[in-house]
Design a protein around this ligand. Sequence first.
Ligand code: ADP
Length: 478
Amino acid sequence: MNVLFVVSECAPLIKTGGLADVAGALPGALAHEGCPVRVLMPAYPGLESKLVDAKELLAFDDLFGGPARILGGQAAGLDLLLLDAPHLYDRVGLIYLGPDGNDWPDNAVRFASLSWAGARIGLGELTDGWRPDVVHAHDWQGGLTPVYLSHMPVRPPTVVTIHNIAYQGHAPAWQRDDLRLPIAGFTPQGFEFWGGINFLKAGLVYADAITTVSPTYAKELTSPEFGYGLEGVIAASVEKLRGILNGIDLDHWNPESDPAIANFSIRTIGKRAANRQALAEEFGTVAEGPLFGIVSRLTPQKGLNLLLNLLHDLLDREAGLVLLGSGDPDLEHAFSAAGTSHPGQVGVKIGYDEPLSHRIYAGSDVIVVPSRFEPCGLTQLYGLRYGALPLVARTGGLADTVIDANDAARKTGVATGFQFHPGSGRSLNEAINRACDCFADKKLWRQMQRNAMKHPVGWETSAASYRMLYESLTEAAP
Ligand code: ADP
């Protein structure tokens, strides 16, 4: 079962969020299921030099305004196909944003090109003869692939995964021709959306199957609160939608061998204290109570303003807080100010720092994820794996992966963390208090850390679910 991923980022090569972690880790797990994956992604600056055994496998004279080619090779244990299109991707800035912090004005064309290349590979045009049995596109950046393939008399089945429905990819109607989209699809039943073009909607309508990254988010998506205007499309496609929980790469995220931390295991959990100590020193915090850690994009989605409002209550409990994040300038400013106002209690680093994120998972007592909505969330999974108990909003994948320390779970000894009602400051405060109370009970805390570290967070079960989905699609294909 050959699978083609069409995706805009892939760890460890380039990453802005959880999408990259999934694109980097799921192929390895799928290979164990008998589904080798080739990952198609843009050749952002510097990526080509990382390819081993690079070969040109396809050339385009004009890919949406310039020549382009597909280079195949290996990097970071992945079978990669890089879309080398200098007019689209060879530029200084972030992958979605220019130096001014705004979206690149031609993002629609940039990712239509990626989708177009994915469709061509789907049709078996690579010169090495490789042909995918299934094309699996991720998020809006791959959303047009199923549209481009839909008119082909013979084509592989398509899957679109929603990693976050808040990002949909829009273009004005006048760009339809330039984006090589058929006029017949420009209807409310197609890719038209309030008079424009919606990439993710296109993917949802034209794909043979839709997945999203947790069972709870799959249910939430049909409601206006979570569907971001696509709830009707989701509701109409519900029989082809399923929620498959994300996992994490257990080799890369392994407290026993992680080079970024003082190593420990579930049997030597006491050694974890060295990481807490080092983290507190790094951030200049001193806390008798639990050390709360956050690693996050700073966007309103993540609900961190709730925590800011409760900072005094948290510090009253002799807790400490360390945060690593970047994004929204207002949130960056608010957290920096909190760090300045509470030296010794609140430590803040604005920026993106992969090794530091590992040190936070290994050294914090609690990982806080107060999201308003969270399709799956990975940071709570890293917290579980590293014995930092997640304190999370009860939404999406957070609800599916953390067992709240309520009376019943504590009696049966299965609790792994704390949940609160999303959006409610009162409920968050109550969860913070419960976490502080549990922390004071060292025996209970140790038991919860062990439960957390034992909780299955790998890809095995989910990779098998994807395989079964692929099989059902290829069996159903004409
Ligand atoms: P999202 O995809 O919405 O950002 P996820 O929880 O699914 O949220 O994934 C976030 C990923 O990005 C995790 O791997 C997390 O460790 C990482 N991350 C987020 N912010 C930073 C940062 N500032 N520095 C390093 N890693 C970060």
